[in-house]
Design a binder for this molecule. Structure first.
Ligand SMILES: Cc1ncc(C[n+]2csc(CCOP(=O)(O)OP(=O)(O)O)c2C)c(N)n1
Ligand SMILES: [Mg+2]
Length: 568
């Protein structure tokens, strides 16, 4: 008879689910787990803040599809996980959140005498998809199966398990438990029915002006090739949602930016719209004024989650399915349906309208000759140096808008931004997670100086772990995105002034290669230096404040409509 700890049994369950990384900090209540990780080829990555652990798991998942586990100690460490977990929930990121707990004699309820006593199940329940305790060695595999099933139902998300220390340390005979492989206890899916696919194909093949809207779900499902194949077969325009920036190449000849007048016209004129992997949330301005009359416009929506169906636009056909199998099935039938593509004139017409409009709106960017550095020009230079094969992680307020508009077209799953919750500070840890999952690729984090401050200490984690993450901080010294409202309503700013931080000097203390740039002519060399660095690098980029503030008015209004609803 061989006996193993509860921690080792738990680890076998995690490994059976393909988990290769655990993020968090040690504590006696989880030490038996951490002590065994190496033996199972699981990498432990310690963090400087537990929320960052979850953001690392998020960067890993978004770029590779791999799930990770995160750890919190009883009380504070678990409390610190919460912002990360809430972000993961909003972003549809699956992650196994493991909180350690004291012996049961002093919690549930925690008495005022209990040191670090927190009844964590109650705290986590509202912010995860599923939460439960494991109270005996024997039930570890079964409860883990419950957790993983729940994680993958509909839109993925975080699940929480809590394990009291005595269960982690408990010994049991491993011959007595049966571990099941994932396909022995969960089914793939949901999948579309053939009838649904045929109906969708018929609608699209018969459409006068079909368009496709590609969302983040296309990236998550690995449906990038399938969505482009549908677009190319129909020769129709494809609009990328904001969260789906890397779901289709933004330099594809049929691509339309969703915030421009070309996309508005495409949505208004279209008789059949196929939406894949997007809820069409307010960030994608799903308002009547930017769409056609629903009486004449048929909407087909493919989404993994019934909860996302027809939330903002009425449906003609909803297909609850993962985007890949639905789009591949649709493509197969479309090929036999003899779809009548219109020759792509619409896509060209819309693109031309948007191209002109953006060119005019961004004339001030093209014309900028200083003083100092314009963030948009800096993004273009970053794109030039790091190219289309890098993974880009954007964080910050206006900084992330400039990034979305001016960074290059990327590969699938290679443009990360927190787009539902808008949590600042995710960029650096998320980039670290991305680098762990993609060691051979360049990972570049572009961050506002407000956003950078939240988790900048994780650059030390990158240095310790030998991860060549490149972080460029746009250091104009303000919480810029909060300025316009103050200026408009009060004629002055308050609370937005951040003071000066020399991020490069902080970086030195954290073991990173430092670069400081305040003249445009020095930027390219600094970025090349960062790229050539043999460890993580930080570029402190002093950009011009007024330039960072000057989001073109029409684009600013659209962004305001996200919050305030349709205007005018
Ligand atoms: C954690 C968090 N706190 C507050 C906000 C609200 N917020 C959105 S943008 C922004 C300013 C961001 O400043 P910075 O990162 O420097 O980018 P900038 O707008 O200056 O380019 C703030 C405070 C948020 N999204 N997340
Ligand atoms: Mg700023």
């Amino acid at each position: 008879m061989s006996e193993i700890t509860g921690a080792e049994l738990l680890l076998r369950c995690l490994v059976g689910e393909g988990i290769k990384f655990v993020f968090g900090l040690p504590c006696p209540e989880v030490d038996p787990l951490i002590a065994k990780l190496e033996q199972y080829q699981v990498r432990f990555v310690p963090v400087r803040h537990e929320a960052a652990a979850v953001h690392m798991a998020e960067g890993l998942y978004k770029t590779t599809g791999q799930v990770a586990a995160v750890l919190g100690n009883p009380g504070p460490g678990s409390a610190n996980l919460l912002p990360g977990v809430i972000t993961a929930r909003h972003e549809g990121v699956p992650v196994v959140v493991i909180t350690a707990q004291h012996r049961l004699g002093i919690v549930y309820p925690s008495s005022p005498a209990t040191f670090q006593g927190q009844d964590q199940l109650e705290v986590f329940k509202p912010v995860v998809k599923w939460s439960g305790p494991i109270l005996s060695w024997e039930r570890i595999p079964e409860v883990m199966r419950i957790a993983f099933r729940e994680m993958w139902i509909g839109r993925p998300g975080p699940v929480h398990i809590e394990i009291p220390a005595p269960v982690m340390y408990a010994m049991g005979d491993d011959a007595k438990v049966r571990l099941l492989t994932p396909d022995q206890y969960r089914a793939a899916g949901p999948r579309p029915s053939e009838a649904q696919l045929e109906e969708a194909a018929r609608m699209l093949a018969g459409a006068k002006r079909p368009i496709v809207i590609s969302g983040g779900g296309v990236d998550r499902a690995g449906a990038n090739e399938a969505v482009l194949a549908v677009v190319e077969l129909l020769k129709c325009p494809v609009i990328g949602t904001i969260a789906g920036r890397s779901s289709v190449p933004i330099d594809h000849p049929n691509f339309l930016n969703g915030y421009g007048p070309g996309a508005d016209l495409a949505r208004r004129e279209s008789d059949v719209i196929l939406v894949a992997g997007s809820r069409m949330g307010n960030l994608d301005i799903p308002y009547d004024k930017y769409w056609g009359d629903p009486a004449n416009q048929k909407l087909i929506q493919i989404d993994i989650d019934q909860r996302n169906m027809g939330v903002t636009r009425p449906l003609a056909l909803g297909i609850v399915s993962d985007a890949k199998s639905a789009l591949e099935g649709l493509l197969r039938i479309l090929k036999t349906e003899r779809a009548r593509p219109r020759g792509g004139e619409d896509a060209q017409r819309y693109r031309e309208i948007s191209r002109k409009w953006f060119e005019e709106r961004f004339a001030s960017v093209a014309a900028w000759r200083g003083p100092g550095i314009h963030p948009a020009q800096a993004m273009q230079t970053i794109g030039k140096v790091f190219g289309p094969d890098s993974i880009y992680v954007a964080d910050g307020g206006n900084t992330s808008l400039w990034a979305a508009w001016f960074l290059p077209s990327t590969k699938p799953r290679s443009y990360l931004n927190i787009l539902e919750l808008g949590m600042l500070g995710t960029g650096i840890p998320s980039a670290i997670g991305a680098k762990l999952g993609n060691p051979a690729r360049e990972v570049v984090c572009v961050s506002g100086d407000g956003a950078a401050g939240f988790n900048f200490m994780e650059m030390q984690s990158a240095a310790r772990e030998g991860l060549k993450v490149r972080t460029v901080v746009f250091a104009e010294g303000s919480w810029t995105m909060e300025e316009p409202n103050e200026r408009m309503l009060y004629g002055r700013t308050f609370g937005t002034e951040m003071g000066t931080v020399r991020w490069d000097r902080v970086a030195v203390g954290l073991g990173c290669q430092p670069f400081y740039v305040d003249r445009m002519e020095d930027l390219e060399a600094a970025l090349k230096g960062a790229k050539a660095s043999d460890g993580p690098a930080v570029v402190c980029l002093k950009t011009n404040r007024d330039a960072n503030l000057a989001i073109p008015m029409e684009l600013g209004i659209r962004f305001a409509e996200v919050y305030q609803g349709p205007m005018g």
